[in-house]
Write a protein that binds this ligand. Structure first.
Ligand SMILES: C[S@@+](CC[C@H](N)C(=O)[O-])C[C@H]1O[C@@H](n2cnc3c(N)ncnc32)[C@H](O)[C@@H]1O
Length: 212
């Protein structure tokens, strides 16, 4: 579920890595500090990690290099293929944030970068509820994704993108389910997590939620 944006990745898959490394002017601020963001997620992860929205496998690669066991989930076929090319013999399963094959051992951390906004706010809450049931006390969710401090900041970013002539970015911001920090905070706390939010660039927040 929340798979309504997969067509975008059919077209974006081949040039995705070029976007994240700053070659797409419209997305430069979104991916500003991409390496640091991914490294921070790795540093905050435990040993057995479930990753959603693997994409081309950039975070997965870093998790594996840090000697973690990773169970990757990715719904887009071209993205999965690119990740497999990059990572070699790593299992990346077809699945999404809400429907996914369960790892065959307990996971201590659930991670995702640049992907949670593909779920509506209701679906985000449902997903966090599922992860709460999956994690033991002390288990973590570590996500990095675009979100806004409030609705005004969101609208201002759309206006700024339009004013700069960043048509693709403005459309993206209006099409997908970017949300606000208070909505995310409520979704985590009502599902038994304590959560902190740290801004990583003008778009992306690091969310670290610990199961109580
Ligand atoms: C912008 S890319 C991010 C890729 C990678 N995590 C990164 O940080 O570079 C978003 C990824 O989320 C995936 N995605 C889209 N909808 C999803 C869903 N409902 N559940 C899980 N992943 C989804 C897309 O196929 C795509 O690979």
């Amino acid at each position: 579920m929340g798979r309504e944006f997969l067509d975008i990745f059919e077209n974006w898959a081949q040039s995705y890595d070029s976007s994240v490394y700053g070659h797409d002017e419209q997305y430069r601020d979104v991916f500003d500090g991409y390496e640091t963001i991914l490294n921070t997620v790795v540093e905050k992860s435990g040993n057995v990690v479930l990753e959603f929205g693997v994409g081309t496998g950039n975070l997965t690669k870093k998790l594996i290099e840090a000697k973690k066991t990773v169970y990757g989930i990715e719904p887009s076929t071209p993205m999965r293929e690119l990740a497999k090319e990059k990572l070699g013999d790593v299992t990346i399963e077809d699945g999404d944030f809400l429907q996914f094959p369960l790892p065959n051992e307990p996971v201590d951390t659930i991670v995702s970068t640049y992907a949670f906004h593909h779920l509506t706010d209701k679906e985000k809450e449902e997903a966090i509820g599922k992860y709460s049931a999956l994690l033991r006390k002390g288990g973590k969710i570590v996500f990095a994704d675009t979100a806004f401090i409030d609705r005004e900041a969101y609208e201002a970013m759309i206006a700024e993108a339009k004013q700069k002539g960043f048509v693709d970015l403005a459309e993206d911001l209006q099409r997908e389910y970017y949300t606000t920090i208070p909505i995310l905070e409520r979704a985590f706390t009502t599902n038994g997590f304590t959560v902190t939010f740290t801004p990583m660039n003008r778009f992306v927040w690091l969310m670290e939620a610990v199961k109580q």
